[in-house]
Ligand binder design. Structure first.
Ligand code: SF4
Length: 299
């Protein structure tokens, strides 16, 4: 994702400062909203060498420097032994930044190649093996939190993938307990846009390692949904933000999951709901003004 930068160097610096500030504000907002990081936490930041995980680590480092509470950060990279993987790149970068880190070598590449038939996408199994390795390392490091670099657009794409293909209203939460029940997984980039992370990576000159060294295709459905969201955003700016807000503003009584709302036992309450249907209130106002006797008795 190429990002246009301002040709005037002074304006570019202003833009870049604004971007860095926005990232810190959004990450800080997610941390506060979901209590992602607490005093004394040891946060294992998963760094793949992609733009998103560099942005996550960089922003957490900046926030930690000014945080009112103390917490530890340790970067972890999994060297999955794909051919051509530049194994020195991340250790050199992390050492230069003065970040505590662990490089984990695990040849998931050979396993995935052996198990997945030629021509089929390997990313699903690859990700599962990676997750298992990261959970193990989190235990070894005594990490209280595992920070992943999924951003707002990953969360939206996952929501639509589950909606279109899984028959579930479900996405990636900002905080969850890992499948093995032992770790708390956090997503501090939950409010951050992908294009901001791309611009930030370019601005900071992160040494990117592409996640395509194995030559496989990315999940096709995810790509299609991503393109759909980008197209929507182009035609209707603000739509992605609205969808994200909707994920934090769920009304089980206006959906159809009987496990979340007691539709079977629903009875009249005899009083209007505070957050009820606005159309009803509008109708009442119209009714009072235009028809004389109101249809609905005042509370
Ligand atoms: S592109 Fe390669 S390394 Fe990245 S998730 Fe897919 S299989 Fe794994």
């Amino acid at each position: 994702m190429r990002v246009a930068r301002h040709p005037d160097p002074r304006k570019r610096v202003t833009e870049e400062n604004k971007l860095a500030k926005r990232l810190r504000r959004q990450v800080g907002g997610a941390i506060a909203d979901f209590n992602l990081i607490e005093a004394g936490d040891r946060v294992m930041v998963c760094v793949s060498g992609g733009k998103d995980s560099y942005g996550l680590l960089d922003t957490l480092l900046a926030l930690r420097a000014k945080a009112p509470v103390e917490f530890d950060l340790v970067a972890v990279n999994l060297d999955q032994k794909q051919p051509g993987y530049p194994e020195q790149l991340l250790p050199e970068y992390l050492a230069a930044r003065g970040v505590a880190y662990r490089i984990v070598e695990q040849d998931t590449y050979t396993v995935v190649k052996r198990v997945i038939p030629e021509g089929k996408t390997m990313c699903g199994l690859c990700s599962r093996l990676r997750r298992g390795a990261l959970y193990r390392v989190a235990g070894e490091l005594g990490a209280s939190k595992i920070a992943l670099a999924h951003h707002r657009d990953d969360i939206l794409a996952t929501f639509f993938l589950n909606l279109f293909y899984g028959g579930k209203l479900k996405s990636m939460p900002a905080k969850l307990v890992s499948d093995n029940g032992r770790h708390v997984v956090i997503r501090p980039l939950a409010y951050v846009r992908e294009d901001d992370l791309a611009a930030y990576a370019e601005m900071r000159g992160f040494p990117i390692i592409p996640c395509s060294l194995c030559g496989t295709q990315k999940n096709l459905q995810r790509q299609v949904v991503g393109a759909m969201l980008r197209e929507w955003e182009k035609r209707h700016p603000g739509r992605s933000e609205s969808i994200l807000r909707a994920l934090s503003n769920v009304r089980p009584s206006h959906l159809m999951d009987r496990r979340l709302f007691d539709f079977v036992g629903l009875k009249p309450t005899t009083r209007p709901a505070a957050a009820g249907d606005r159309a009803l209130h509008t109708l009442r106002a119209l009714d009072a003004g235009e028809l004389g006797e109101p249809l609905f008795a005042e509370e």
